[in-house]
Write a new protein. Structure first.
Lengths: 331, 647
């Protein structure tokens, strides 16, 4: 009996010998306090999320659309190839949905190739590069959505009249605010709005623009259909404009774009030292744009960061050489 | 047009009958039918006459298109019918539309040659259709373009394509963009030579309300003419409006002088104040009116004005509120503030302070009760008159993990683990002086089997925040260290010994050979020796993912004696203190000690010492974590083991 058992074990062990992969696995860590679970696919990790978990995404492309319906903190390795050089960037190739019951969730350090849909309240998106953004859950009220230190490559849509309290802060907005955005208390603050196409400000209402740099000079359907907008302490490239329903305070107009940024063509939106009017224009006395406020624009996330990794690929005398340069983030 | 096909039958019929009755005969009736439909012929009576001119509209809607015959005959008063007169006619309602009033059911339009992408629109089926629309030309180039359109009737027949040329100039001269109005001109009647010109501020829309002086034009019908110029110098067409000036009929039109006013409050017109004015054409009235005699609350102020002709204007009435108790302007002071977060106004915090103006408020407001994320902070103030300010609201963002004082956060450690044992972490502390630290460690992995492994790393900072996981592959060229111990080395026949491996990590199975011919697959077997003698014990370890069993053998490890004949030697270890804290003393008086291993319960060798004193050893264990450990002492007779608790 025992001899038979040995034979079976030998066969089984031989089978196991051929399951090894020569490349490193992708690991998704799901943590909550001392509980840590690891998964090899994101969909499996998501299906095992419990409210309050933190999900760590590796620096790899992640195929597919993903829906989060629990409260989860999602931490990616970063969206910028330079600051995430050691790990690679975290890139989701599809769409991301913060569905009902995801209230309180956050995501940071991720690039998406698809739209991000916010359908619940208290959602926070930071230090990410989004294809586009939609904030709406039909007729269901949602609010307190924060988007900070992000790049949004296309439009922001959907903020209808039951969406309240949205702050978009220190972001680079390459797209437009889609028509129909009219939420109460949607503030675009200390942003750089690069969109120069038609329909800028078209059919939107109640939006507050503050301490931002607005590059649009396109006059086609510029303010058509919009109402009740507030512009406070912004820097405009276009000449002065007005509308009976707008409140305009402290704005500066007619500043050539070439006078504003250090190197906007290469994504450097620091303000030139010679653009002195922009350096103190903001309502807090600081500079307008993404490098204003008490906490200027940052790319890396708040999680500890690998700067370089030179760990050994084999042990010597039973020991593994671990050589890494790492950083603890202050914010 | 009537919805019928008209056939106008003009027949002049002269009645010819036999001479004796000629002067008495007349045409009495007419019959007609189409095609061979004689049995359904129509008969119409005619007023008797000997000549009959017949003009009529015959409804032929029921006939199909094509060639038909129209047949008719007349009857005289004697009942005699004429021969049938037959005429051919062609009915064409579909081919060329004659005769039917069609409806326009659809239209199509496109620009230039882009008929493949034409816009198609279904209409409501109207007999006439007026089409005015602003067509978006954003997608077509500047320059000459064509606009093409055609219409379809209810029968599916399309009209010819109507083509119009138009010029799009968005770049050259501003046509197509939203232009600004920069000037206007106006004049009355034909007096354009003396038109009034005015420059405007360059607005895309301009609302014009103005009282224009018409004193210089005569009574009666006049024209008011105006036109507007854009920034490109292009004038709009002249807009002309007629108006009637009547200065003499009832005094309208003459600029009158205001000669007097009256005012009163509430309904007290009987005690109204009257005042004579200097006869001005316009009168600006600013005055502090004494309201002492009127009650607090809502009141009305009423006034009207009289011109030099004695004509009073309508009474102007304004409501105002008198608040004598709280109106005290001047030295108001702030006394109270209230604040709350988000929509939690029902639980707002109220603070009263020494009245002052201004009031500087600095306070650290705890946010322990609000979750991470975006919130609003709301505050309002009350003065000593009880008047509140509006609520001031601003966003704030809470993320307790996000912020630390500059330079405060450090990396405190990292962990690594392997895919084969995801629940076992090698936690390595890091001592960092700065935010950025270079880690250079040599991590013992003696438990790791030979072969290739998937390793994962993760950092942790002082806030307890972990980094994302990075993975890699490493090779271990040598076998894992392994050993085992027996709870007894000498037994009498029939007794049982328990064998414990030094580690279970990465081990799939252990095949034990007890030396008496018996084997067992188990991690911690208990084996009963039924034979006497000295037995070699071998543990063959199969690591996860390998196809090679690694043997670990202890020669003549177990001694089994027969019962009752021999007194087996008993070897024991003495270890103290237990629990131990910083040092552990081991004494083995019966056997000389060669080395001592301290092994954790998961089989990892934590420390190893060569004993200088073969009978007694004092081992430093202060840097071990608290817990239970196995002490394994190697002697000439084999291994002795025991357990300690480290506190």
């Amino acid at each position: 009996m025992k001899k038979l058992t040995i034979l079976l074990i030998c066969v089984w062990a031989m089978m196991l010998a051929f399951t090894f992969s020569s490349s490193a696995q992708t690991v998704f860590a799901l943590q909550n306090g001392s509980r840590t679970q690891f998964y090899t696919t994101l969909s499996t990790a998501i299906s095992n999320i419990q409210d309050g978990d933190t999900l760590y995404l590796p620096g790899k492309p992640l195929d597919g659309d993903y829906t989060f319906a629990k409260k989860v903190t999602i931490i990616g390795a970063g969206y910028d190839p330079d600051s995430a050089a050691a790990t690679g960037i975290t890139k989701i190739t599809g769409r991301v949905y913060f569905a009902k019951n995801s209230k309180g969730s956050s995501i940071t350090g991720v690039r998406t190739e698809g739209r991000v849909y916010v359908r619940d309240s208290l959602i926070t998106i930071t230090r990410s590069n989004l294809e586009s953004l939609e904030i709406q859950n039909g007729s269901n009220p949602i609010g307190f959505v924060y988007v900070g230190d992000c790049i949004i490559r296309n439009n922001i849509e959907g903020a209808n009249d039951v969406v309240t309290n949205v702050l978009i802060e220190r972001c680079i907005l390459n797209g437009n605010l889609g028509g129909g955005n009219k939420t109460n208390n949607l503030v675009i603050k200390n942003c750089v709005l690069t969109y120069n196409g038609n329909y800028f400000l078209y059919s939107i209402s109640n939006i507050i623009y503050q301490n931002s740099i607005i590059l649009n000079t396109n006059n086609y359907m510029f303010t058509a259909g919009s109402s009740s907008l507030t512009f406070t302490n912004n820097l405009f490239v276009r000449p002065a404009f007005s509308n009976n329903t707008y409140v305009m305070t402290g704005n500066i107009f007619g500043v050539p774009e070439s006078d504003i940024f250090v190197d906007s063509a290469n994504g450097n939106y620091h303000i030139k030292p010679t653009c002195t009017q922009a350096l103190t224009l903001a309502t807090d006395g600081k500079e307008v744009g993404i490098y204003g406020t008490d906490n200027p624009f940052l790319v890396p996330t708040f999680a500890p960061r690998f700067i370089s990794i030179n760990n050994a690929e084999s042990t010597v005398n039973g020991k593994l050489s671990v050589k890494m340069t790492v950083e603890a983030r202050n914010r | 047009m009537k919805n019928t096909i008209r056939i106008t039958a003009i027949l002049v019929v002269f009645l010819t009958i036999s001479p004796p009755f000629f002067s008495q005969n007349s045409i009495k009736s007419v019959e007609f039918w189409t095609d061979g439909n004689g049995e359904n012929r129509n008969r119409q009576p005619i007023s008797s006459s000997n000549t009959f001119i017949w003009q009529d509209e015959i409804n032929l809607a029921a006939l199909v298109d094509g060639l038909h015959t129209f047949n008719m005959r007349i009857q005289d008063s004697k009942g005699v019918w004429s021969q049938v007169e037959t005429l051919f006619f062609l009915k064409q309602t579909n081919a060329a539309g004659q005769g039917v009033l069609k409806k326009i059911a659809a239209l199509e339009y496109w620009m230039n040659g882009n008929s493949a992408n034409r816009t198609q629109r279904v209409l409501n089926g109207q007999t006439s259709f007026t089409w005015e629309e602003l067509i978006d030309v954003a997608g077509i180039p500047d320059g000459a373009n064509t606009f093409n359109a055609r219409f379809k009737d209810e029968y599916g027949v399309w009209s010819p394509i109507e083509t119009r040329f138009f010029l799009k100039q968005t770049n050259a001269a501003g046509q197509g963009v939203l232009k600004k109005i920069v000037a206007l001109e106006y004049w009355m009647n034909g007096n354009s030579a003396n038109r009034t010109q005015r420059t405007l501020n360059g607005q895309t829309s301009f609302t014009w309300e103005e009282l224009i002086d018409v004193a210089g034009i005569p009574d009666g019908a006049n024209t008011f003419n105006a036109r507007f110029k854009d920034e490109y110098g292009v004038w709009s067409p002249i807009e002309t409006r007629f108006f009637l000036k009547q200065t003499n009929a009832a005094g309208q039109g003459v600029l009158k002088n205001i000669a007097a006013l009256e005012y009163w409050m509430n309904g007290n017109s009987a005690n109204r104040t009257q005042r004579t004015l200097n006869g001005q054409t316009s009168f600006t009235w600013e005055e502090l009116i004494d309201v002492a005699g009127i009650p607090d609350g809502v009141n009305t102020f009423n006034a009207h004005f009289k011109d030099e002709y004695g004509v009073w204007s309508p009474i102007e009435t304004r409501f105002f509120v008198k608040q004598s108790a709280i109106s005290g302007e001047g030295n108001k002071k702030l006394t109270t503030l209230e604040y709350w977060m988000d929509a939690n106004s029902t639980n707002r915090i109220s603070k009263t302070f020494t009245p002052s103006n201004p009031y500087l408020w600095e306070e650290l407001i705890p946010t322990d009760d609000v979750p991470n994320g975006l919130h609003t902070f709301n505050v309002r103030w009350k003065d000593d008159k009880g008047i509140w300010t509006m609520v001031h609201t601003q966003f704030f963002f809470k993320d307790e993990k996000k912020f630390a004082q500059i330079g405060e956060n450090k990396i405190v450690g990292y962990r690594l683990w392997f895919s084969e044992e995801p629940d076992y972490f090698e936690n390595i502390p890091v001592i960092a002086m700065e935010n950025v630290v270079a880690i250079n460690d040599s991590v013992p992995l003696t438990y790791l089997p030979k072969g290739r492994h998937q390793i994962a790393y993760q950092l942790k900072d002082a806030r307890g925040v972990w980094s994302p996981v990075i993975t890699d592959s490493i090779d271990k060229p040598d076998h894992a260290l392994f050993s085992f111990v027996a709870d007894k080395l000498e037994i009498i026949q029939g007794e049982t010994i328990k064998f414990t491996p030094s580690t279970k990590l990465f081990i799939d199975s252990i095949v034990w050979s007890f030396g008496d011919g018996m084997t067992e697959v188990n991690f911690e077997p208990e084996h009963k020796y039924d034979s006497i003698g000295k037995f070699d014990v071998m543990a063959t370890v199969w690591h996860k993912g390998t196809n090679e069993g690694i043997p670990y053998e202890e020669i003549k490890y177990i001694t089994v004696t027969s019962t009752g004949l021999l007194s087996p030697e008993v070897y024991s270890l003495k270890m103290y203190p237990i629990p131990a804290k910083n040092y552990l003393t081991i004494e083995c008086p019966s056997l000389p000690m060669k080395s001592v291993q301290i092994i954790s319960l998961n089989g990892k060798v934590m420390k190893e010492f060569l004993t200088e004193n073969s009978e007694k050893a004092v081992l430093p264990i202060g840097n071990l974590q608290a817990g239970t450990y196995i002490i394994v002492v190697k002697t000439d007779k084999g291994w002795l083991s025991g357990k300690i608790v480290k506190e």
